[in-house]
Ligand binder design. Structure first.
Ligand code: NDP
Length: 260
């Protein structure tokens, strides 16, 4: 079963509407996991298992959609490259990230996992199908335009920032230790949520490279999902640590600070 252009367009619109809804909601109600975990969001499940279950569709659904839509045809070098980058990110996120997570007893709301599965299926269908079409469209077969290479470079830079930031956060706690510390180094010199910053750079680069409505919708959704959470983290750090670096997040010593 493959999706046609009208169906993909409708699904991309749904993703954009979801981004418009999620953005203000997450400013008001931070997603209830990690430091914002609280009662009232239904049953909980093992956090590590939750990561694997919710991210797994982001590995298999785009591949299935890509192949069902024709697998990029004869001139799909760019499409295969972009699908490979997608899989680089999501195999890391699905299979390596949960294994490396610290803490044995973490719990996540089942609701968060279910919503992520729905989103990953939707996003996988629109992006997998759209990537396949890149290689089927004679007008877009022109091998590797500079815009594509620039986008790939931005994606890879964001990927490295995200990997490094996740590593810094993971190693803040000694094995068995709980609580939060101030992350330092890498992009944390400038921003409070370097992992989210890297992720946003990645999908923006991907959208520049692919130049499809589906890839831009994903970049928009990533921003809608992560900017409010980054803002919450920034406020949380500033409220929690009196010695939090004033230079982080756009403020300098002696300049007015961000709202607390
Ligand atoms: P967080 O920064 O909230 O937490 C990441 C891990 O680091 C958690 O195990 C957390 O512990 C720990 N941690 C975070 N801050 C500290 C600190 N100051 N001191 C000690 N430990 C800390 O990230 P998320 O869990 O939200 O995201 C994880 C990855 O998934 C990121 O790379 C992110 O970019 C990606 N992601 C992508 C999304 C998208 O829309 N594309 C959506 C959400 C995440 P604890 O759990 O106890 O808080």
């Amino acid at each position: 079963m493959a999706f046609g252009p009208a169906e993909i367009e409708r699904l991309v619109r749904i993703e954009l509407v979801a981004a418009l809804v999620v953005f203000p909601v997450l400013f008001l109600v931070p997603a209830p996991y990690g430091r914002y975990q609280r009662r009232g969001f239904g049953p909980l499940m093992h956090a590590r298992l939750g990561w694997v279950i919710m991210e797994f569709p982001a590995v298999v659904v785009p591949v299935w959609a890509f192949l069902a839509a024709g697998g990029a045809g004869a001139c799909g070098g760019a499409a295969w490259l972009l699908l490979s980058l997608w899989l680089l990110h999501y195999t890391q996120r699905t299979f390596l990230f949960p294994v490396l997570m610290r803490g044995q007893g973490g719990r996540s709301p089942v609701m968060t996992v279910v919503l992520a599965i729905v989103f990953n299926c939707l996003n996988g269908v629109v992006n997998g199908t759209s990537l396949a079409w890149l290689g089927l469209d004679p007008a877009r077969c022109a091998a590797f335009p500079p815009r594509l290479l620039i986008g790939v470079g931005i994606f890879l830079a964001g990927f490295l920032v995200n990997l490094h930031a996740d590593h810094v956060l993971r190693t803040l706690r000694a094995p068995g230790e709980a609580g939060y510390k101030i992350p330092k180094g890498g992009a944390f010199r400038w921003v409070s949520a370097a992992n989210y910053f890297g992720e946003l750079v990645e999908w923006t680069g991907f959208a520049i490279a692919a130049m499809t409505p589906a890839a831009w919708a994903f970049a928009a959704f990533t921003a809608a999902n992560l900017v409010p959470r980054a803002w919450s983290h920034h406020r949380w750090y500033k409220n929690t640590f009196p010695d939090y670096p004033a230079s982080r997040g756009g403020t300098r010593h002696g300049a007015p600070g961000w709202p607390r």
